[in-house]
Design a protein around this ligand. Structure first.
Ligand code: SF4
Length: 414
């Protein structure tokens, strides 16, 4: 549109030229405002509403926007729908830069506008898309319905219709606004109102008692709770070996294996569809898992997951295994002491425990162990490529550990 921007300078001084510029403006704005092509992009639940807006019931095609584009180079509208994490922010910025101008952005939903409910107790959420790219229209809601998105689309349309080659489109600025803490203000006002309400209620009760000294409160009407017959739980078909069979086998593999001591169940009361939770000393871990996999009757050949729990005093690493053919599952729990020699100051950013990697037995363990390392700072010796999975290499601390703190964490008001 470069050449078009010089037309007003040429035509405006000529008699009747203004009308021609107005006409060019009108036609160009009309075309642009009625054929906004959004980029196919959504990060969480708001995106579902955005998708439904293009379905037959809401039909975004009525506004000329049915052509959701998979490439930013073919789009001119960026509807940002959902929570934006700091990890996602550079990708979002890059997509925006790849959209050629004239281009517009709609921030859809509370999360996109301000970080929504996820700003509390969280280090990873961007507090508003307008802090990373310029936003033309904000559509509030959680999530906003398709009608609200259309309202935003029409608001943007009105904005585009006011553009002119006399005042050509330029990319807006990112907002530098710091957000006022509206939650605390609203909470304070609400608590004040509650106090007033309690006082008014107390006065009303007192007045009522004075005016009706003989009044007796009617006996509360009690509705008998219906007795629903106990419906036995259907036994799922694919449970494989019974718990006692599995545990007998496990005991024959290692005499040190015990049922998880804090489990609410005993072996004979363990629900049939609840995997057995077995503890094993760290020194026997690798051999034990190998035996569970190789044992002909157990044949726990599928690694469901590896996860961990930080109990402050120690970690539990939990390996979840399953026999794919028969269906029986076992959770293997390894309790790891935290390294007591690490000073309090350096503890937060230091690996505190170590365990052997089971990636030679299950290739899928490579990623799962990396996740446990990334989130808890537990080292896996023998892992072929132990580095962070979700977070940057220079990220400080391990977010799922109890000792984790972060300057960006905003505590939820109590
Ligand atoms: S605003 Fe609500 S619906 Fe939208 S992404 Fe956030 S939590 Fe989900």
């Amino acid at each position: 549109m470069g050449i078009m921007n010089v037309i007003p300078g040429v035509l405006d001084p000529i008699p009747g030229g203004k009308h021609i510029v107005n006409m060019i403006d009108y036609v160009s704005n009309w075309a642009r405002a009625n054929s906004l092509w959004p980029l196919t992009y959504g990060t969480s639940c708001c995106a579902i509403e955005m998708m439904s807006s293009s379905m037959a019931r809401y039909d975004i095609a009525r506004f000329g926007s049915e052509v959701f584009r998979a490439s930013p180079r073919q789009a001119d509208l960026f509807i940002i729908a959902g929570t934006i994490t700091k990890r996602m922010a550079p990708a979002l910025q890059m997509l925006w830069e790849q959209i050629p101008g004239h281009k517009y952005a709609i921030a859809m939903g509370a999360c996109t506008i301000s970080g929504g409910p996820f700003i509390y107790d969280n280090y990873s959420v961007v507090r508003g898309a307008d802090t990373i790219i310029p936003i033309d229209v904000f559509v509030p809601g959680c999530p906003p319905r398709p009608e609200a998105l259309f309202h935003g689309l029409l608001t943007l349309r009105d904005k585009i219709l006011k553009e002119s080659f006399r005042n050509p489109w330029v990319e807006g600025q990112k907002s530098e606004t710091s957000y006022p803490d509206r939650w605390s203000e609203a909470n304070k006002a609400w608590l004040e109102l509650e106090k007033i309400k309690d006082l008014e209620m107390a006065e009303a009760r007192k007045r009522f008692k004075e005016q009706n000294p003989d009044y007796k409160h009617p006996k509360a009407l009690r509705i008998k709770k219906p007795d629903f017959p106990e419906i036995p739980r259907a036994t799922p078909n694919l449970l494989g070996l019974s718990h006692s069979e599995v545990f007998t086998k496990i005991k024959s593999i290692s005499t040190h294996a015990t049922l998880f001591k804090d489990s609410p169940f005993e072996l004979d009361t363990w629900p049939a569809d609840f995997p057995l939770d077995v503890s094993i000393p760290p020194s026997e871990y690798f051999k034990f898992i190998e035996a569970l996999k190789k044992d002909e009757s157990l044949n726990l050949d599928y690694l469901i997951d590896i996860t961990a729990v930080d109990w402050e005093s120690h970690f539990d690493v939990i390996v979840q295994l399953m026999n794919l053919e028969q269906g029986h599952k076992v959770f293997v729990r390894i309790s790891l002491d935290k390294d007591a020699n690490i000073s309090e100051e350096t503890k937060e950013n230091t690996v505190l425990a170590s365990l052997e990697s089971i990636s030679p037995l299950f290739p899928a363990a490579e990623w799962k162990e990396r996740e446990v390392y990334d989130m808890f700072g537990i080292h896996f010796s023998g892992h072929p490529d132990l580095r962070r999975l979700f977070l940057d290499e220079d990220f400080h601390g391990f977010p799922l550990r109890k000792d984790f703190t972060h300057p960006h964490i905003m505590k939820r008001p109590v």
